[in-house]
Design a binder for this molecule. Structure first.
Ligand SMILES: C[S@@+](CC[C@H](N)C(=O)[O-])C[C@H]1O[C@@H](n2cnc3c(N)ncnc32)[C@H](O)[C@@H]1O
Length: 211
């Protein structure tokens, strides 16, 4: 759905989107196997560049960095962009919180405890909301910037482009342009990780989607 500038300011001024740690991998654990455990990309590439489009407050970006560290990647960058500047400010600060994924998610993916810290007392509610601090040397591999993927392509290309739960939201630009801009962000041999496969042309799904 295309929306006016006024409606856009209203929507995106208030809303930062909701996300959680290990978002891509919890929904589809085999993606983690392919990307990290079998060292498929690590063997092939000198460095690994990851982009999360629609990163919200940054948990997915930090998750990729934690997975890279836990699986022995040294030369990697994990970046995130979002149309919402408030979300990007939170992501930059590393002001992430646990959400519905819960604190065990790091153990599930064998993330060493020295790479993150969970502060505060566990609440009783279903959403956790405790603060998570990522180790500085891991954060040093991350970057965040504001960008609207429905209006402009990204300035560089990546080995892995994740775009989950983002494109079906109301957009300022055409949905087809947004899809094309996601595609143009991936390197020729790279992967797209997205739960919006139905929006992409079939040949892109066959060539770039993990299955
Ligand atoms: C529901 S959240 C999902 C966050 C995360 N990707 C996940 O799956 O948990 C959607 C995010 O996409 C962002 N977004 C929506 N349209 C976008 C666009 N055209 N360009 C960049 N970010 C966008 C929103 O601001 C919001 O933070």
């Amino acid at each position: 759905m295309i929306i006016s500038e006024e409606k856009f300011t209203h929507l995106y001024g208030e809303r930062s989107g909701t996300t959680c740690f290990m978002r891509s991998f919890s929904d589809s654990p085999h993606q983690a196997e392919v990307l990290f455990r079998l060292d498929r990309l690590g063997k092939r590439l000198g460095g690994l560049a990851v982009m999360v489009i629609g990163c919200s407050t940054g948990q997915e970006v930090y998750s990729y960095a934690l997975m890279c560290e836990a699986n022995g990647f040294k030369d990697y960058t994990t970046e995130g962009c979002d149309v919402n500047s408030t979300a990007i400010t939170c992501a930059h600060k590393g002001a992430c919180h646990l959400n519905w994924e819960g604190p065990d998610v790091f153990d599930t993916f064998a993330i060493p405890k020295e790479l993150y810290r969970i502060e505060g007392k566990a609440p009783d509610e279903s959403r956790d909301f405790r603060k998570v601090t990522i180790a500085d040397h891991v954060r040093a591999h991350t970057q965040f910037f504001q960008h609207d993927i429905s209006l402009e392509p990204l300035p560089k290309t990546y080995d892995v482009v994740a775009c989950n739960n983002t494109l079906p939201q109301p957009q300022r630009g055409e949905r087809d342009a947004a899809v094309q801009n996601v595609v143009s962000a991936v390197k020729p041999e790279g992967f797209i990780i997205s739960n919006h496969g139905y929006l992409f042309p079939k040949y892109i799904v066959q060539k770039h989607f993990l299955r």
